[in-house]
Design a protein around this ligand. Structure first.
Ligand SMILES: Cc1ncc(COP(=O)(O)O)c(C=O)c1O
Length: 388
C-alpha cells in the first residue's frame, strides 16, 4: 500500500457497515486525549458475530481467544450465546470468568505441555485436539474419559496469508490409526477438525477440507468410529488494505458444502478469531517526532513494531493508515518510538506533510496486534477504550 486513506473514505465504509464513526472521530479530534489508544467498539463485535452466525447457519461459533482476549470481546460473544476455543491455562481462566460450562469448550492446541494438559483436565475441559501418536500417549495419565478431535491437513494450491497447516495436522491417511490409538487409551474418538490458515481468502480451501472430512467420516463409519463433531477452524478473512468478499458471499460455498457432505447428526463448530476481533479495534497514535532523511519524510509515532504494529511482523498484515491532513502527498516513512532501526512500520507511504502532535488512525487493529507486542524500551503500551 502506498497511500493513506482519508477520513471521509473510512467514514463512508463505516456508515455502510453500521459503525458509529462519530464517537471515534470525536476521540481522534479531542486535543487532551492521550495516545496511543485502542478504541474497541462493542457493537462491531456483535455485528461480526451475528454476521458469521447468519452466514453459517449450521455452525456453532467458538471464538478463538488468541487474537484478542479482551474482556469486552469475551463477554459480548458469551452474551450472544457464543462459545470459546482455548489453547492455554491463561485463556481457560479468562473464559471461565463468564460462567460458561467448561465441558462445552474446545481446547484446540494440538501440542500441550503436561502442566497445561493437567490444568485443562482439572478444570473439567473434556474436548481436546490431537494430531499425532505421542500426544495420544499423554492421554494415559487421565482417568476421566476425554473427547478427542483429530486435526488433519489437506493440500491446497492457494494458501491463506498465515499458513496454519505447516506446523500442525496429520495426513488424512493417518486418521484411522490415530482413532484406533485413542480407543486403546480408553478415551473417545469424538470427531475431526482442520484449520485452513488465517486470513484465508479462498473458500474453496474450506470446501476441499469438508470434502476430505466427508471421505474420512465414511472410512471411520466403516470401522465403527462414530464421528460426533466436525470443527472447521477459523481463518475467515477481514478487509485490511485489499477488498474482500462480504462474509455471507464468502461463506456461501462453505455452508453449501456442509449441507451436501456432512450428515445432520454431526455437530459442526468453528473457531473464528480474526473475523470477530479485528475490525472492532481502531488504533489512534500521535506523531512524536519528525525528520527529513534521504529524500523522505520520517514520522516517529508513539506506537510501533514492538507494540500494536507487531501484527505487521507476526501476522504479515498491513493496516489502513487514516489521516485528516490534506495537501501534496510526499514520500514518507512511519517508524515506531523505540531506539531500534528495525522499528519501522511503513516505508514508501505517500501522505501529506504532517506536523508533530498530529494524530493518525489505523483501522482493524484488533486481531494479533496488541497481544504479540512487547515492553521493549519500557515504553507505554496503548490503553483500551471501550465504546458503545
Ligand atoms: C487452532 C486455532 N483455532 C483458531 C484460530 C483462529 O484463527 P483465525 O484468527 O484465522 O480465525 C487459530 C489461529 O491461529 C488457531 O491456531
Amino acid at each position: 500500500m502506498t497511500h493513506s486513506v482519508t477520513f471521509s473514505e473510512i467514514e463512508k465504509k463505516a456508515l455502510k457497515r453500521g459503525i458509529n464513526f462519530e464517537q471515534i472521530k470525536e476521540l481522534f479530534h479531542k486535543k487532551e486525549h492521550t495516545t496511543p489508544t485502542l478504541i474497541l467498539s462493542r457493537s462491531e463485535i456483535r455485528r461480526n458475530y451475528d454476521a458469521l452466525v447468519a452466514a453459517l447457519p449450521r455452525v456453532k461459533i467458538h471464538y478463538a481467544v488468541k487474537p484478542n482476549a479482551h474482556d469486552a470481546i469475551i463477554n459480548e460473544v458469551y452474551n450472544r450465546g457464543g462459545n470459546f476455543d482455548v489453547c492455554s491455562a491463561g485463556e481457560i481462566n479468562k473464559v471461565l470468568q463468564t460462567g460458561i460450562d467448561p465441558k462445552t469448550l474446545v481446547h484446540s492446541h494440538p501440542i500441550k505441555s503436561i502442566p497445561e494438559f493437567d490444568f485443562a483436565v482439572n478444570n473439567d475441559i473434556e474436548t481436546f485436539v490431537i494430531d499425532n501418536i505421542d500426544e495420544i500417549e499423554k492421554l494415559k495419565r487421565y482417568t476421566k474419559k476425554l473427547k478427542l478431535l483429530i486435526r488433519f491437513r489437506i493440500n491446497t494450491n492457494s494458501t491463506a496469508v498465515v499458513n496454519l497447516q505447516y506446523k500442525f495436522g496429520c495426513q488424512t491417511d493417518d486418521v484411522l490409526a490415530l482413532a484406533e490409538k485413542i480407543k486403546e487409551t480408553g478415551h473417545e474418538f469424538y470427531g475431526l477438525c482442520f484449520h485452513i490458515g488465517s486470513q484465508c481468502t479462498y473458500s474453496e480451501n474450506y470446501v476441499k477440507a469438508i470434502e476430505a472430512a466427508h471421505e474420512l467420516v465414511k472410512q471411520l463409519d466403516a470401522n465403527q468410529f462414530d464421528t460426533r463433531l466436525l470443527d472447521i477452524g477459523g481463518g475467515f478473512p477481514v478487509e485490511y488494505t485489499e477488498p474482500i468478499l462480504p462474509i455471507d458471499e464468502f461463506c456461501k460455498p462453505i455452508a453449501d458444502a456442509l449441507d451436501k457432505h456432512i450428515r445432520p447428526g454431526i455437530e459442526i463448530v468453528s473457531e473464528p478469531g480474526r473475523f470477530i476481533a479485528a475490525s472492532p479495534t481502531t488504533l489512534i497514535c500521535s506523531i512524536i517526532g519528525k525528520a527529513q532523511r534521504d529524500g523522505k519524510m520520517w514520522y516517529y509515532l508513539d506506537d510501533g513494531l514492538y507494540s500494536t504494529f507487531s501484527g505487521i511482523l507476526y501476522d504479515q498484515c498491513q493496516y489502513p493508515v487514516v489521516s485528516n491532513v490534506t495537501g501534496e502527498h510526499k514520500l514518507s516513512v512511519l517508524a515506531g518510538p523505540t531506539c531500534d532501526s528495525f522499528d519501522v512500520m511503513y516505508d514508501g507511504l505517500m501522505i501529506p506533510e504532517h506536523k508533530i502532535g498530529d494524530k493518525l488512525m489505523f483501522t482493524s487493529t484488533g486481531a494479533y496486534c496488541e497481544v504479540s507486542g512487547s515492553n521493549f524500551n519500557s515504553l507505554r503500551r496503548p490503553d483500551y477504550l471501550v465504546i458503545d
